[in-house]
Design a binder for this molecule. Sequence first.
Ligand SMILES: [Zn+2]
Ligand SMILES: [Zn+2]
Length: 303
Amino acid sequence: MNSSSTLLSPMAQDTYWGSFEEVSKYNVSLNYAEKMWLAWYTFMQNDVLATGIMSFVMHETVYFGRSLPWIIIDMIPYFKKYKIQQHKIPTAWEQWQCALLVLLSHFTVELPQIWLFHPMCQYVGLSISVPFPSIYKIAFQIAIFFVCEDAWHYWAHRAMHWGPLYRNIHKIHHQYSAPFGLAAEYASPIEVLVLGLGSVGTPILWCAITKDLHILTMYLWIVFRLFQAIDAHSGYEFPWSLHHVLPFWAGAEHHDIHHERFIGNYASSFRWWDYVLDTEAGPEAAKKRREKKMAAYKKAKAS
Ligand SMILES: [Zn+2]
Ligand SMILES: [Zn+2]
């Protein structure tokens, strides 16, 4: 446990709920979630294992839990009118194959890396103590991570579309020209590592600089980032999709075109990089580009 922790070191019990009771006795000022958190670390008596198991279980639960509604939506005809690539509904077999490959990569590539996670957190000073930071601090830090990850993703993903990198690494992710939720992490292990660096490296770097980050904030950030990635691959655009409220939010409409056309729309969460650097994809963007060219041509002719 972190030395800055304010707890009165309760004794570990034989069961998790036994530890929870013990923790509750000695730490009355903590809220329910904080007690559960502390009881987990007290029960495990091994921080590396406690963080490792929690990280892996959280990732699997969120990844497959968030993909499930999209699998169900694919089976309901009512939603077909919201499907971006109308005639490309993924089959159950395709989704099953994809899920198996993603699972295999989680167990072989990701699991060993997760054991390095706690020592790395300790090295940069990530806190695991209770009480948790305020909701405002959590929200502020997550917003910063979204912006930074998006910048990393834009450049790394754009680089992945360079011939040799595309052929050897990124092509796997582009197997599905009409993506679906489960396909979010369907990629080469090298790609998972490089693009994952934006998601894991950003908070680690933030903590190394500011010395102010709780592992709970990191978890919540990963949960939001997973939601973003899975939803962006869902293949559905609704009238209530977030980018209608936040015009700079990328969403499924943005990333679906990337899978369909293989070029442009490289960013993950936001639209600003593709807008500013003129890498927007799709017929609308092409029309805008043509109009711009025409205007420049007319101006040159007139002068
Ligand atoms: Zn791509
Ligand atoms: Zn994709």
